[in-house]
Design a protein around this ligand. Sequence first.
Ligand SMILES: Cc1cc2nc3c(=O)[nH]c(=O)nc-3n(C[C@H](O)[C@H](O)[C@H](O)COP(=O)(O)O)c2cc1C
Length: 269
Amino acid sequence: MAPKLKLNNKKLDNLLEVIRDRRSVRSFDPGDRVPRETLEKIADAGRWAPSGANSQPWEICIIEDPERVREVASVMASQADRLNEHCKGFPHVHKKHWVHDSVALLAVFVDPRWADTYPVALDSDLDRTEYEENRSNILLVSVGAAIQNLQLATTAAGLTSAWLSGGGEPQTARALQTLLGFPTSHIPYGIVPIGWPRRKAESRWRRPIDEVIHWNQAVQANLRSQEDIDHYLAKERRHSIYKDAEARDQHLEKLPTDGEIDQVDDGNH
Ligand SMILES: Cc1cc2nc3c(=O)[nH]c(=O)nc-3n(C[C@H](O)[C@H](O)[C@H](O)COP(=O)(O)O)c2cc1C
């Protein structure tokens, strides 16, 4: 008879510690280079992520040559400038110059053609209504799992990271494909700068656990409404993204009223 399996709460707690420690830190101290062996382990964490149909639709490009790091950082700085110009309502870090202080960057290139390996209904009408859109959902959540793994491994190694999604914008994608030699079929959905944290990562706001967990069925009162989304946009978003949780609470009442554009954030707090 197989031995009775036991819960491993210690391992769970250790993992939770790494998960809680992972923070998006957008300010790095230039520091020692990180050995390839460590970077390879971090990338390996991404490789072990789950993916729809085990399609593993990603290529993980490790950029650690200092000149290459600078070139990729420049592409991301231009992306940030465009975002700042065109999406003024979105609270942003002033410029992505901090990316230049990365010791390495991980660019996760994804080939969306792998979505063809997910469920397809033989009845084409049904396929369109039931399955087609969900194929791109499966692809993207798979990529999310891989990037999450990269960030957790980075944290476990004593480094810090951020998750930049601007590589999915066509202009930025083209620039990165050209620079790094990837074909146009491969889109850099996630860029993860890695560095030595300039300061201790602050805590960041999370919804209370009792509100997020629904035991066995939906707790209707905990579901957020359109009003909550509007309130988040008008009053909370900027501080929820960039500030320490306590500072967020303190500033909540002083935030701009609806319609006002959030201030630029210099990322230095
Ligand atoms: C899909 C996705 C895209 C993101 N894109 C960006 C980004 O382009 N730039 C950025 O500074 N942070 C980005 N973030 C980081 C989030 O802002 C951050 O995870 C969130 O505010 C919570 O903070 P924390 O990571 O410190 O817990 C992204 C996160 C995810 C999951």
